[in-house]
Structure formats: C-alpha cells, structure tokens
Design a protein around this ligand. Sequence first.
Ligand code: GDP
Length: 406
Amino acid sequence: MAEEPGVTRDRNYYQTSWNRKSFYLVDTGGLDPTSNEQMTRMVKFQTDIAIQEADMILFLVDFKVGWQSLELEIAKQLRKTQKKVVVIANKADRAEDTDRIQEIRRLGLGEAWAVSAINGLGVAELMDYVASELPEKVEADAPEGISIAVVGRPNVGKSSFVNTILGQEKLIVSEIPGTTRDSIDTQVEFEGEKFVLIDTAGLRHKTKDKDELEYYTSLRTLRAVKECDVAALLIEAPQGPVKQDLRIAQEILQAGKGLLLVVNKWDLVEKTSETVDEYKKFVQQGSSFLSFVPILFVSAKTGQRVAKILPLAKKVYEERQRRVGTAELNDKLGSDIERHPPPAVKAKYIKIYYIAQVDTEPPEFVFFSNYPELIKDSYIQFLENRIREHFGYDGVPLKIKLKKRK
Ligand code: GDP
C-alpha cells in the first residue's frame, strides 16, 4: 500500500481470518496532526465511521514516541465509545521493549500489546488475543438467489433504481436483514428465479459533503462487491463514465465478479436511432477493458428498461459459472493458435500444447507451453478475445494462466 500520510483511500477493508475466525480488518487513514484541515477532517470522519461499525478497536500508537496530546485526545474519545479497545504499541523492535508495556497500560484503555510490525515481534500473540475476544457472529441465513450489488457514485440514481425495480408488478419482494450493517438486502422473485439486491444506497448517511459521501460510498461498494455474484454499476448517462466509475468497474472485475454497466438517466439524453450504438462505442473505445461488458440504458425515473436488469444479471451469473469442456476448448482454440501462433522470441519457437478450464466463478484457463515466460501480454489478450468469441462469457472477467510443459 502507498505510504501516504493522511488518508489511505484505497483498499481499506481486508477480509481475513485468524484461528478460524473470519473478520474484516478496517484500516483507517491514521491521524496526522500536521496534515491540513480538510485532510484532518476527512480522516476524523472515516475514523468515526470505522469506530461506529467496529466490534473491536485496535488503537495503534508509536511505542518510541509514547503518549502525545493527540493520543490522549483519541484515548478520551475511545473511552466514550464503550467498545472494546486494544492498544497496540508498534515499533517495539527489540524483545526487551515489551517490558515497557506497563507504561502504556497506565492509560487505562484496557489491554495493551507491544508489537513490531516490521519484524513481526508480538504480532501472532496479539492476533490470538484479538481473535479470541471477537464476538462469535451468528451468520444470518445466507439469502438464496443470484445476488446483485447495485453500486455507483453518489447521486447516480441507485436508490431510485432499486425502488423502481421493487415497485414492479409480478415481483415478490421480501426484505431480509443485510449481512453487512451498511447495506439493505432485499430478496425478490421474478419469473421463478430468486435474486438478492444489495442496495448500497439504502442506508443513507446524512451528509452533504461530497468527499465524505464518496468515501462512505466506496467502503460500502467494496463490501457489497465482495458479497455479490454480479455488480450493476450505475453511471450517469449525460456525463458518461468518469474516472471514479472506471475505478469501481476495475474493482469489480478484479474481484472476479460479473459486471453490468447500467447507464441511468437515459431520459435526459437527446436521442436519435443511432444514439445507443454511438454511446456503446464511446464507452468501449474509451475503456477497452469494458468491451465484453453488457450495457443497459435505463431511466430509473420513467422506469424505462429497468426490468431488464434481472434477466440480464441472470445471464451474466450463468456465464460466470460456465465450464467449457476440454475437448471443445482445445479443438476451437487449437486451430486459432495454429493460425496465429505466438511470435518466436530470440529464435525460440513458442508452442502451446494444451488448454484447460480449471475453475469457474470467475472462469480460469490454463495454457501449457514450452516457454510460458516468453508469451507477451498482447498474445494473452488475443487468447482471451478468442475464448470470448467462441464461448461468450459476457460481463465476466476471465483469468488466464500460462504454465510450463516440456
Ligand atoms: P443515489 O445517491 O445513487 O442513491 O441517487 P438517487 O436515487 O438518490 O438519485 C439522485 C438524484 O437523481 C435524485 O434527484 C433522483 O430523482 C435523480 N434521478 C435518479 N434516477 C434518475 C433518472 O433516471 N432520470 C432522472 N432525470 N433523474 C434521476
């Protein structure tokens, strides 16, 4: 992770486990007293959310610096939360440092542990303790059906979209408690198929601040994406995909989830008969990694095409589970490779002997070659394109691995 003081905005949720207990580790930005006011406010805000959500708070201090006014201030706030706090004194790099832990305990925040994140000293013991103290979570019954996370930047129309879906006739709706605390899951049944909608806008945080809203949205987005089969990424039609939309799209694909691009507020776009095709081209040329992603043009306001999301999500869900037989795979791709073999590198002829699909959700393919290390990314892209051409996999990221075979 980038060592940027202040806000770490990327990847601040880690799903992990220790001693067979699984939990989320939330990494807040850290409180840097020298950062500017806006930064400090943001960090305080994210820390507040993390504290609200947490079952346990790990309060990291610098062992060498000890208690400064800032730490004392934070300690005061933490005492008020009534949550379990574990003080971790980091940078205790030498074994004898651990004796000084008494000083740290004096602050009266409960348990204190000395660790050295650099050499790992004390970390395993600390984690044993943390895992043993975490409450046993009674897992809510996993809702049945194809789960669709509705994600996107603030104000793209997520709540309107979900409400419009739920307002449809022919839909059996039952609300279920969310598996996370910050989204509302709703189970719907449509034409005999069960779906779970994970609505990341459902519990709206009352803030008008744009940065705060976006930060809060991104935390929810990551968690909802982790839980879903397919993510419906909403963007605003008049603006087109902006940088942050593309970043969310990449997160979804990297997580191996199905992706549907939902262009909302289509009612605001002036249209001719060509507009849909032009718009698709515009999106896919701007970001080639979206070329295999189905695009749906909707208006949550008028309800136009909103109903299509469920059958389309089902299609992507099925594609993500699709397994192609080895014979068919080798037959089809074998002739493509024969026609366009990987270019020789340094007079070495590169051969691909055999292909297998080794996994689904997301689909994973292994290509066995005499020189896997010499195969270029552009050729891997060629192979991916051929797989898609023969077998589909619309909306689904594919994993492609190369392995050595003599
Ligand atoms: P969220 O923050 O993503 O949940 O967005 P909301 O559902 O709260 O919508 C944000 C704003 O966009 C609201 O004023 C909605 O009325 C408006 N909005 C949502 N969908 C549409 C749409 O399809 N067309 C138009 N014109 N406005 C929409």
